[in-house]
Design a protein around this ligand. Structure first.
Ligand code: ZN
Ligand code: FE
Length: 269
């Protein structure tokens, strides 16, 4: 039902599928668990029961229903759970409001998280960057970065979103990217229109298609991979600029404008 991605340490990272295409990420050891953006409580409760885990922490990236809808039911079962969420958004039952650069100690799991403010999809969206007890970096980015794509601009501007994505791409290339939706194949179909000559993109498409055919998640991705295949992270590449300007029948004069052209194109794809 879920895939299990082992970081080489006592920690494990799992993607619990929810709704049509959401993933609720769980970071856990053999006893305690942290869940990210539980839009639905049922699949999380089932996972915790199956693995005999105690829920200690909920991390929320933004206020959309498919990310916060399960909080109250989880708290009914686990009332001592700490709920972290962005200070600038209204998050139901949040107990800790977080700001850019805040540090969160997950003492039981032996790791520390850093909060990154990444506005664009929503105005107060945050991401959580951490390292396992062995130092392996991972990122919970909600609906900001997807594999091969990025979130729609519901409450922010192209300039804001590009700045947010640049913050994420400055993280180590091996960082595991834990996105909140399985949008990879549809993103890659579009990315291949943008960059038909990108051989890394063709290779990755084949891998991702095989994973989906086997009903496996394509995630987590890595920052290094996304830099090679994700058009929204490649606004500085001439081939991407040319495709974007052809689609929009006009040359962009900076990376933000290229980004806006790509976002427009993807919205209509
Ligand atoms: Zn969202
Ligand atoms: Fe979402």
């Amino acid at each position: 039902m879920t895939n299990c991605f082992s970081i080489p340490s006592a920690l494990q990272l799992n993607a619990i599928p929810a709704f049509n295409d959401n993933y609720i990420w769980v970071l856990h050891n053999t006893e305690q668990a942290v869940v990210v953006d539980p839009g639905d409580a049922q699949p999380v409760l089932a996972f915790l029961a199956q693995h005999q885990l105690q829920l200690t922490t909920i991390l929320i990236t933004h206020h959309h229903k498919d990310h916060v809808g399960g909080i109250s039911q989880l708290l009914q079962h686990w009332p001592a759970t700490t709920v972290y969420g962005p200070a600038q958004e209204s998050i139901p039952l949040r107990t800790q409001a977080v700001h850019d650069q805040d540090k969160i100690q997950l003492a039981a799991l032996g790791c520390e998280l850093e909060v990154l403010s990444v506005p664009g999809h929503t105005a107060g969206h945050v991401a959580y960057f951490g390292r396992s007890d062995q130092g392996e970096p991972f990122l919970f980015c909600g609906d900001t970065l997807f594999s091969g794509g990025c979130g729609r601009l519901f409450e922010g501007t192209a300039t804001q979103m590009l700045a947010s994505l640049n913050k994420l791409t400055a993280l180590p290339p091996q960082t595991l990217v834990c996105c909140a939706h399985e949008y990879t194949l549809s993103n890659l179909n579009w990315a291949l229109e943008v960059e038909p000559n990108n051989s890394d993109l063709h290779d990755y498409y084949q891998q991702a298609a095989a994973l989906r055919a086997a009903q496996q998640p394509t995630l987590p991705s890595t920052i290094g991979l996304e830099l090679r295949i994700n058009p929204f992270l490649r606004t500085h590449i001439p081939a991407v600029q040319l495709s974007a300007s052809n689609y929009c029948s006009g040359r962009a004069s900076n990376d933000s404008e290229v980004f806006a052209q790509l976002r427009e194109w993807k919205n209509n794809a």
